[in-house]
Every structure is written in structure tokens, then in C-alpha cells.
Design a protein around this ligand. Structure first.
Ligand SMILES: [Zn+2]
Ligand SMILES: [Zn+2]
Length: 291
């Protein structure tokens, strides 16, 4: 990044001079709508076109603001932009999955301090998403119920892993947390993606994101490097088994140590987590969400 210039700042010449939340086409896109369609060749080394899109969502015009410092009212504007853009991308015939996410923090590898997230519109369903869809769909078939609704009911009954909640959403450290202090925000109502948020849910989603982000940043007294990932149904087909949630993967395992994905995680897909979900939930629950 240049020292004294940021393309996301109003007046940079790269973005409009006045905005609140802005969709900006990624300058280094992995997918492009002008590209050849996704259609892998047969054979072991199959090549394909990469038709899709990569957007940056600039959360706020102010350069140095941490996401936890955006007001809940401003997060509501981000949520509305997510929903609008998701709807637009879902209407494109080549798109199978809209992935809304944020990487934040130098430790994650983010060189751009300006508050922003991303939206990838994939021409296929990515493999980890497919694995989650398959598991949820198997559970739905075998039990006649949504696994996320079941988990939420049990978390609310047990309470030991709850971090914070409001009338429409609950944030908890999942029993199966892989990252120390991993948090899932789960909708109380069963619906599948961000375009289905109703008038009461959108502001409550904004409010609980704000609270979780403030707690993370207050936990060690510096902005938590993390990934924030919206989990949604694919845009094509029917997915009655799926339930909207947001996953947070913080990579800080203590104030001074990062969690690295080493041989056991990267090579075997097995996460070693040296914390208990209940302990991290209590820490986050007791951490005051400071502005
Ligand atoms: Zn900036
Ligand atoms: Zn459900």
C-alpha cells in the first residue's frame, strides 16, 4: 500500500466523493463476469474459465475506523448493501454461490487498513460450503428437522456457551469450535440467506455484529485479527434444511500468540484447540463491549 494514499478514501479518484457504504470492484479479481464460463475440461489437469465476480464492500468512508467502531446504525447500512448485492448477483445465471466475508488484521495478511469486506460470486459451490450443505441436508433427511434450529435450542437451554443475544439473533461459541473464541451468530428464525432478513432482523443483525466485534476488540485491548464469514444457502435450487448464520474465526489464541494452522490442521484437517468453548464463551460474555 502507498503510504499517503488510499484508493477507498473519498477524493482518491478511485471512488465517489460521497458515500456511506460502497461496492467497489476488486482491483485484483479472481473471478470476472467477462471471463469464459466455468466449465472444467475433462482430464487430470482440468482448466476452466472463471466467470463470476469479486466485490469489495467499503464499510465506511473514514480510513482508520475499526469495524468495531462502526455504529450499529452504520452496520445496518452494510447489512442492507449485502442484501441488495446478494440479490443482484443471485440473478446472474452463471452464479451458484454468493460468499460474503471479511478478513481483517495484518496477522491475517490484510494490507489495507480501511474498513472493508468482500463478496465473491462463485460459478460453483465451494468445497467447504458443499460439505456443510451435505451434512445439514443429511440431518434434515434423517431427523426431519434443521440441525441449526436444534443446536440453537440446546445452546439456549444450556447457556454455558452463549456470548450475547438479542430478540432476533444469538451469538455463542460452538461446542465444536476450532478457533479459540470462535463465535457463531445464529438467527432465531429459520431462513436461509441475507435477502430474507425482515424489518426487525436487519437492525438486530447489525446490533449483534457490533456487539461481537466490540467484545473481540476489547478482549485483548487491540483489534482482533479475524475472518467473518456469512453462511448462506446456494442461490440456485431449494435448500429448506439450511439456516442463516455468521461464523467468526479469530486467529489470536492469547494476547501474544497466534493460532497457526500447522501439520495437524492443514494436513489432516483436525483442529487442535487448547481452550474449552465454555471458558472462551465466559471470557467473551464478561468482556464489556467498549466503543
Ligand atoms: Zn482509506
Ligand atoms: Zn433452522
Amino acid at each position: 500500500m502507498p503510504e499517503n494514499w488510499c484508493p477507498f478514501d473519498p477524493g482518491s479518484g478511485k471512488v465517489t466523493d460521497n458515500y456511506e457504504v460502497l461496492i467497489y470492484p476488486n482491483d485484483f479479481p479472481a473471478f470476472s463476469m467477462d471471463g469464459a464460463p466455468f466449465s472444467p475440461e475433462p482430464g487430470l489437469c482440468a482448466q476452466t474459465g472463471a466467470r463470476g465476480s469479486c466485490d469489495v464492500v467499503i464499510y465506511h468512508p473514514e480510513h482508520g475506523l475499526a469495524p468495531s467502531e462502526l455504529s450499529a446504525e452504520h452496520w445496518r447500512k452494510v447489512v442492507d448493501v449485502w442484501a441488495r448485492r446478494h440479490g443482484e448477483l443471485a440473478a446472474a445465471p452463471d452464479i451458484q454461490f454468493v460468499y460474503i466475508f471479511e478478513n481483517t488484521g495484518a496477522a491475517i495478511g490484510v494490507t489495507m487498513p480501511h474498513p472493508h469486506g468482500q463478496i465473491y460470486a462463485f460459478p460453483f459451490v465451494p468445497p467447504l460450503i458443499q460439505r456443510e450443505l451435505d451434512s445439514a441436508s443429511d440431518y434434515f433427511r434423517d431427523h426431519g428437522a434443521c440441525i441449526y434450529c436444534r443446536i440453537l435450542r440446546d445452546e439456549l437451554a444450556a447457556r454455558s456457551r452463549i456470548v450475547t443475544e438479542n430478540p432476533e439473533f444469538v451469538a455463542f461459541v460452538p461446542f465444536f469450535a476450532r478457533w479459540p473464541g470462535e463465535v457463531q451468530i445464529c438467527a432465531r428464525r429459520h431462513f436461509a440467506n441475507v435477502t430474507e432478513l425482515n424489518g426487525g432482523e436487519a437492525p438486530n443483525l447489525a446490533a449483534i455484529i457490533k456487539t461481537v466485534r466490540m467484545k473481540y476488540d476489547a478482549l485483548y485491548g487491540f483489534p482482533m485479527p479475524l475472518m467473518m464469514l456469512l453462511r448462506q444457502s446456494p442461490v440456485q435450487g431449494q435448500h429448506p434444511y439450511f439456516h442463516f448464520h455468521i461464523d467468526f474465526y479469530p486467529i489470536q489464541r492469547s494476547a501474544t500468540k497466534l493460532k497457526y494452522l500447522a501439520g495437524v490442521e492443514s494436513g489432516a484437517g483436525t483442529f487442535l484447540n487448547d481452550t474449552l468453548a465454555e471458558e472462551k464463551a465466559r471470557e467473551l460474555r464478561e468482556t464489556e463491549p467498549r466503543e
